[in-house]
Design a protein around this ligand. Sequence first.
Ligand code: ATP
Ligand code: MG
Length: 428
Amino acid sequence: MEECCKSTKEILAMDEGSNVSVRGWVYRFRDFRDKVFMLVRDSTGVIQVVFRDDVAGEARKADIEASVVVSGSLRRDPRAPGGKELEAKSFRLVGEAKNFPITKDYSREYLLDVRHLWIRSRRMTAVLKIRHTVFGALHEYFRKHGYYEVQCPMFVKAAVEGGATLFPVKYVDESTVYLTQSSQFYLEALIYSLEKVYTIAPSFRAEKSRTRRHLTEFWHCEAEVAWAGLEEIIRVEEELVGYVVQKVLENNQEELKLLGRRIEPLERCKPPFYRISYDEAIEILERKGVNIKWGDDFGADEESKLVEEFDKPVFVCRYPEKVKAFYHKNDPLRSEVTLSADLLAPEGYGEIIGGGERIDKLEELVDKIKRFGLNPEDYEWYLDLRRYGSVRHAGFGLGVDRTVMWIAGLDHIVDAIPFPRTIRRAYP
Ligand code: ATP
Ligand code: MG
């Protein structure tokens, strides 16, 4: 019977009077004395099924979230979702679902406890479909533009983004290795043969503070380009983000609507994006009464305040040396700032990309590693890249979950990923 099943979406596109079977899960159930209404959902949507007479008695055995197969004939019904309903002729309960633990509104914490079940919700399903589009679009963009996809190790020996957020792991030989915070150094090694490379992989950071936009395991889309500088990499970033937003608008109108996402702000996200300097950002924040001085890093609050001024994403360029990791190249014209840029999303979402030009001279890199209180010996292989055929290069890292959070209009990053890992949660 299952073999000839059609999806709910296919069925709703069929002519009235068609005889069809559908399989899925009970989404809603209403029992009247003489008949039963059931909404059956599958990966494509929902369909209303009406059961009368004997078959209604059978249908009453199914609880919310039970898996079912129904056969019947299709008829018009303007009150049903999609304007049609299935008049059931036969029914089979496949897997029962006694007392499904989510029936009405629960706290975020409870829904995280039962995440393995909550991901069935229409909201989560909509987010996951948008996330699917985002990942696909990232790959498409890079492949269309001559980048090679590469894979980098998750076990590493040294910090990329500072020691404070490293996750130590006891390795096979009992030595300590760490879960990677970023694939950047490995991507840098790969540009000497492939020139333009990217990877989409998890990065791990033992974030110590609870925020709405930090996971301990997040998906990181990173690219590195030989011969490129700050300006070139900024252009890649805005094209990439513009492309991803466009693909979501093309493919996920239904999901955006279900999530109540306003789409006008997304429609505006076409390159070029805004560009301001770190200095200008400080001026704007001071004008807005934020207590901040030149040299401070921006947190979520500052970024949200800053993006109020802009109706599409904005690059903040040339951060001071001390708020950016050691590998950032200092501006040759103004050594206290770096050739760096963060991309901040509008509507309060804040940073989604960090990137810029890397130091390509050996001496400059060794000096800076020392200035940052780090040990050049820990970065031996990375220094080799400056010893053999070094070239100017730039790259960036985009947080995919944060990007999904923004595009889908979510108020917490945990809802952008099916099984979030956070400071307090690694289950289920
Ligand atoms: P933040 O200041 O928000 O912690 P960062 O400066 O540490 O970000 P980068 O090291 O530049 O971030 O990483 C590149 C991108 O990866 C960020 O712009 C963000 O989108 C994403 N990202 C970084 N840390 C996390 C995290 N803990 N959870 C989810 N995404 C993250
Ligand atoms: Mg961080």
